[in-house]
Design a protein around this ligand. Structure first.
Ligand SMILES: [Zn+2]
Length: 284
């Protein structure tokens, strides 16, 4: 097995026995509520349409019970998604716990959870036209909740101080500042780790390193989710395009992403999620 670092510790005599212990799933999700009303949604009223331009981000608002549909148009493109409680921007999408509960990638039926101390459903993925993809022979899958977001700080660290201003982190920051009127640097602090819609990623089996590969998304593919609470969202059309080669530059062909928000037959009877049952006592 290739190593990224020299190993300084010799294996103990029972190393193979320890390695052979079977894993257990950390968070068996069987006690979570079953997702409802899955499948491609049909609008029952006006559709609000927004376009995230290439290497830029757009915001959208959705009321609880409405459906948000993200569609690939023109060419294969990855989108970095942020979600906030529309009435309290400190409650936002929690990619880490979503990953722990559902896996490294999300698809039809998975919940998008909010940050502590709320930890409640923000949205439910109701339809994913790429759910046929599964896990490929490299260990890659689509709709990544591993990969934070491309950002200019990491780019500057890895590329001799290079100043690139259209990473998803910056695109989301500008879009949130424009939507809310917050100063740019205040908005930046509310930008968080994303759901990488349409992005195909995994970890290399031999070194455990995060990898990306050209997304299988094609124009017409859709990713739909239902707002469980009133949402403010922002979507960045990643400068990496289909993320098959590189990001954090203007090198790769980049395409827009369409965002639609609409009512469905289930919107009027939507039930908001229960608050998290923990009492916040913390042992005091
Ligand atoms: Zn990006």
């Amino acid at each position: 097995m290739p190593n990224r670092r020299p190993k300084l510790s010799p294996p103990p005599p029972d190393a193979d026995t320890r390695r052979a212990i079977a894993p257990v799933v950390c968070y068996p999700p069987e006690t979570l509520p079953e997702p409802r009303n899955l499948g491609p949604a049909t609008p029952t009223g006006p559709v609000t349409t927004t376009l995230a331009a290439p290497r830029d981000a757009a915001t959208f608002r959705a009321r609880a019970g409405q459906t948000i549909r993200i569609t690939s148009v023109d060419g294969p493109q990855v989108g970095d998604l942020n979600l906030w409680n529309a009435h309290d921007l400190t409650e936002r999408f929690y990619s880490g716990k979503t990953r722990a509960l559902h896996g490294t990638h999300v698809t039809t039926g998975d919940t998008l959870w909010s940050t502590l101390p709320h930890l409640r459903p923000m949205a439910t993925v109701t339809y994913d036209s790429l759910d046929w993809y599964g896990i490929d022979s490299y260990g890659g899958a689509v709709h990544d909740v591993i990969g934070t977001r491309c950002d200019p700080y990491t780019n500057a660290l890895l590329n001799s101080g290079d100043q690139y201003h259209y990473c998803c982190h910056s695109n989301l920051t500008r879009a949130l500042a424009d939507e809310t009127g917050l100063p740019l640097h205040d908005a930046e602090l509310l930008v968080h780790d994303v759901l990488n819609v349409f992005m195909c990623t995994g970890f290399t089996r031999d070194t455990g390193q995060y990898f990306m590969k050209a997304s299988p998304v094609r124009p017409g593919d859709t990713f739909e989710f239902r707002a469980e609470i009133d949402l403010l969202g922002a979507l960045s059309a990643c400068p990496g395009g289909d993320c098959g080669a590189e990001h954090s530059s203007d090198t790769t062909p980049c395409y827009p992403l369409k965002i639609e928000v609409f009512d469905t037959a289930h919107t009027a009877t939507h039930q908001p999620p229960n608050p998290n049952p923990y009492d916040r006592n913390h042992g005091r």
